[in-house]
Design a protein around this ligand. Structure first.
Ligand code: CO8
Length: 260
């Protein structure tokens, strides 16, 4: 464990809890993503670790998604390195052989929503101020195909079509209704509910659950694995465009003004 990622592993249950703590809003920077990946790899290699609960140690926010500053005013080389780390995080989580549960104790836009959708099961706090969704279009950017695939696998084609084009951010109740989360519980019960749910997942023989999970997700994972380089090129080309930089600048300005 380290500064931005706190991992507590319970030997007796085989369940690890990974808490994100990258102030103020757990935005996914290159450094933070790298730390998350290192911790995921360690847990994945530990055969006694069968379940993973991902949650936030920050108030009100699960994760604000990708760090917008990693996409704003950066060199193409740096953008490429950043994007590779985003891919890596997704590949590790979506392909994890552990049973994974997102304990969503705050807002979770864009990359934060992606993280949640990589998990096998999602539990969200019932606070109506929290939102979750892939809001990329609101920033003038486009969710990559594997974000889209992950959402399609979760919600189905039509709901994803609406959600992605409109950049919809859903309240917990709305998210439950469309199946973006599986359970909504009082805020102080998110983690205990996740722990209870995990025991159900771990009651299934690991090998049968793992092979089934892989069967459901393999084609989606293979699609990115086979196209990582072109996906990086595409991201760098898109995000460094003057028009996209302008959109991101305006969005950052909006975030700042909204506060005042
Ligand atoms: N990246 C960097 N900084 C951020 C981000 C972010 N994603 N989100 C918030 N911050 C900053 C804010 O600007 C603010 O900075 P400062 O204190 O210097 O003014 C600080 O964090 C705190 O933010 P708030 O005051 O807004 O905190 P709140 O608790 O009121 O709200 C929210 C928290 C709900 C998370 C809110 O900050 C928010 O909505 N943030 C924006 C989230 C967002 O839209 N993220 C999208 C990122 S893009 C992405 O993840 C996928 C991109 C896919 C690539 C597409 C291909 C090109």
């Amino acid at each position: 464990t380290s500064q931005k990622v706190q991992v507590d592993f319970d030997q007796s249950t085989g369940v690890a809890v990974l808490r994100m703590q990258n102030p103020p809003v757990n935005s996914l920077s290159l450094e933070f993503l790298t730390e998350i990946c290192i911790n995921l790899e360690k847990l994945e290699m530990d055969k006694s670790c069968r379940g993973l609960i991902v949650t936030s140690n920050r108030p009100k926010v699960f994760s604000a998604g990708l760090d917008i500053f990693e996409m704003y005013g950066k060199t193409p080389e740096r953008c490429a390195e950043f994007w590779k780390a985003v891919q890596e995080m997704w590949l590790k989580l979506y392909g994890s052989s552990m049973a994974t549960i997102a304990a969503i104790n705050g807002s979770s836009p864009a990359g934060g929503c992606l993280m949640c959708m990589t998990c096998d099961y999602r539990i969200m706090a019932d606070n109506p101020r929290y939102t979750i969704g892939l809001n990329e279009t609101l920033l003038g950017i486009v969710a990559p195909f594997w974000f889209k695939d992950t959402m399609t696998n979760t919600l189905g084609h039509r709901t994803t079509e609406l959600a992605l084009q409109l950049g919809s951010l859903y309240s917990p109740a709305e998210a439950l209704k469309i199946g973006l989360v599986d359970q909504v519980v009082p805020e102080d019960q998110v983690l205990t509910t996740a722990t209870e749910a995990m025991s159900k997942w771990l009651a299934i023989p690991d090998h049968a659950r793992q092979i089934t999970k892989s069967m459901m997700r393999k084609s989606t994972i293979d699609r990115l694995t086979a196209n990582r380089e072109s996906d990086i090129k595409n991201f760098v080309g898109f995000v460094t465009k003057a028009s996209v930089q302008k959109s991101l600048g305006m969005y950052l300005e909006m975030l700042k003004n909204r506060k005042a």
